[in-house]
Design a binder for this molecule. Structure first.
Ligand SMILES: C[S@@+](CC[C@H](N)C(=O)[O-])C[C@H]1O[C@@H](n2cnc3c(N)ncnc32)[C@H](O)[C@@H]1O
Length: 208
């Protein structure tokens, strides 16, 4: 690989995923301590009993979902993160399945979950159509995909455009993709709300 082809933000992104403790520090830093508050926006919309979280990372939200009494299952691609999430839930006295799998191949029967939660994972999903087909398959009719994600706000405000102009050439993350439109194309009824500093965080609710 030529040096000019290396995406420096991607290198940083991969590195911080490798160490859960570094990950926790970085997420606190980039969110000015708001990360967990932003994740918790999912609770405004969760209903039903059977919940799936995809891309659980170190498992903090997963544990909070379980503590609220939901039956929750976790999916995580990276072994180190899955290990850390398992350690966390076990230490808290919970028995939760955290499967080292990908969003593209969910090891479940059709129509088993009331809600599927994804926080800060969508920009990493390259083949979004493929992921949506899997999410739709395992979701019950009327079930919801609840997403919290960072990305270009709908108002395309000046600060956001400035930040993305700098970031976009240094990353392969899908930060400018219109995720809402993808879910609509697959027959979901979708709402989107932007929030956080300069509207850089968004919540998408996609109902099957
Ligand atoms: C930025 S982290 C977010 C973790 C956690 N949801 C949070 O809010 O802190 C993105 C997570 O998604 C996971 N991930 C990325 N691609 C994935 C895939 N195809 N299937 C499952 N998990 C994936 C990564 O390993 C990482 O732990």
């Amino acid at each position: 690989m030529r040096l000019t082809k290396i995406k420096f933000f991607d290198l940083f992104y991969r590195a911080y995923h490798a160490w859960p403790h570094v990950y926790n520090g970085v997420t606190q830093l980039i969110s000015i301590g708001q990360w967990e508050k932003w994740q918790d926006r999912v609770f405004e919309d969760i209903n039903g009993k059977n919940i799936l979280e995809v891309g659980v990372g170190p498992g903090k939200l997963l544990l909070r979902i379980a503590k609220k009494g939901y039956r929750v299952t976790g999916i995580e691609l990276r072994r180190g993160m899955a290990y850390e999430a398992r350690r966390r839930v076990k230490e808290a006295g919970f028995d939760i399945d955290i499967l080292n799998q990908s969003i593209y191949h969910l090891p479940f029967k059709d129509e088993v979950f009331d809600c599927i939660v994804l926080t800060f994972i969508l920009s990493e999903i390259v083949h979004l159509e493929k992921a949506i087909i899997e999410l739709k398959r395992v979701l019950k009719p009327g079930g919801k995909v609840i997403i919290i994600a960072g990305g270009m706000p709908q108002d395309r405000n000046l600060i956001a455009r400035f930040i993305f102009k700098i970031v976009e050439s240094h990353t392969t993350l899908r930060l400018e993709r219109n995720n809402k439109a993808y879910f609509e194309d697959y027959g979901f009824k979708v709402t989107r709300e932007d929030f956080g500093p300069f509207n850089l965080v968004n919540k998408i609710i996609a109902i099957k």
